[in-house]
Design a protein around this ligand. Sequence first.
Ligand code: B12
Length: 439
Amino acid sequence: MRIGLIAMSGVRVRNEELARLGLTLPQFVSRGKVIASLPSLGLLTVAGLTPPEHEVVYREIADLKADHALEPFDLVGISSFTAQIDEAYALADRYRAAGVAVVLGGLHVSLMPDEAARHADSVVLYGAEGIWPQVVEDAHAGRLKPRYEGLRAGVFDDRYYARPRFDLLAGRPYNRITVQTSRGCPLNCEFCAASLRITSSYQQKPIHNVVREIRSARETTRQPFFELADDNTFVNKKWGKALVRAIAPLDIRWFTETDISIADDEELLDLLAASGCRQVLIGLESPDAGSLDGMDPRNWKKTRAPRYLEAIDRIQSRGVTVNGCFILGLDNHTPDVFETVRAFVRTSGLLEVQITVQTPFPGTPLYHRLAREGRLLQERFWDRCTLFDVNYRPKRMSVAELEQGMRFLFAEIYNESEFLRRKRKYMEIVKSAVAEVRG
Ligand code: B12
């Protein structure tokens, strides 16, 4: 069979004022361009799991045009996150109308399988590991079942693991590649819509496979910057240190997502900097502990907030920058929060900052709570699940206040002079740490 694996790609903001503002802010535009160029690791993994007798073609669609030309495939697999799922459905409908069998999978489909099933011959829930070869065999024999369930645990076990097909990216202009080293996160935050939702436990890939993947990606892409597509890489510090030690000799530059507890481990911090880690993205969520109450079942983030500033300093002093992420519109947030975040960013020395609005992605505990409380603005708002659009009624401010506060923070944080000021401050932190070590 000729199998077309199609990723809905690109980035989205529906709120026009914010989008317009974003386009004029250099800091925001440059990060947008960087991330928009990431390939779909989900589909490269599906490709890796495909029995070798079938031909696999990998495509990306950033904007589905009405006249998009269909290709001659025997089977189509589509992957999309929530924001572009309606485009994925429209594409699936067109292929099916043309007589091509369509399989849908990924995070959104796993959480909304009944909705997705209306647009597919078959839906695959959870990881493609442990099930995709069966799906392909059934499609080949013309007996696709309407629903399959892939693995939620043991996805990296040798019996089910397949290396993502990075070779499919050959000849394309990527400069960043994602590699996954772990799936899930024990923190279990109410809002989380990442791989935690398709796993039953935190899982780590055997380190030798991570190393092989990085080597394999480098065979087709010249000197890529690596982004680890993990929810929280350094949950297990011992494993984390072994991972970093194994990455160090590969001479790469890389980035990952983790939690603030890395600041407690001096050895890990030293190893990180020496291994080519340039940045860690950390969900700080809110500068004040009070707003973090109940965010995760153990209130772990709440207990950490009072030491955020010290922790950021400790990480950045090693030459690894922190991309601090804030969620605006939490239940305890009043309109004062925007100034609080701005002030925190100024004193913190954070080099990069991500400002997003709380988003009730379908299928998350946050979605179910806000639905129960009658606070969702629309019943179906998937194309507004962008992390920048307000889809619910905040508790202590109006929707308009939240939207206005987002614009205020965008303008305050993503402008050139503010970034230069943060950069100077960051350089001072690094220089004084170096002087301390020498002295
Ligand atoms: C890389 C990345 C991107 C890349 C995506 C490239 C791509 N097309 O995949 C880019 C930069 C383009 C991107 C864009 C966006 N992203 Co993004 N992104 C990520 C990131 C960092 C990693 C995702 C990843 O590679 N995971 C690893 C792979 C292996 O997992 P996977 O995709 O789930 O695939 C497995 C299974 O789901 C399944 N599977 C997946 N697809 C299919 C298809 C078939 C046919 C089958 C059988 C199985 C299957 O099998 C795979 C192997 O097990 C995550 C955050 C994170 N730390 O995970 C956010 C994340 C996925 N993004 C998110 C968001 C919100 C966005 C944007 C809306 C941002 C914006 N404002 O524009 C857009 C959405 C675009 C869209 N298509 O809808 C949210 C999505 C939440 C959700 N449930 O929808 C996440 C979780 C981050 C967050 N803060 O919550 N993103």
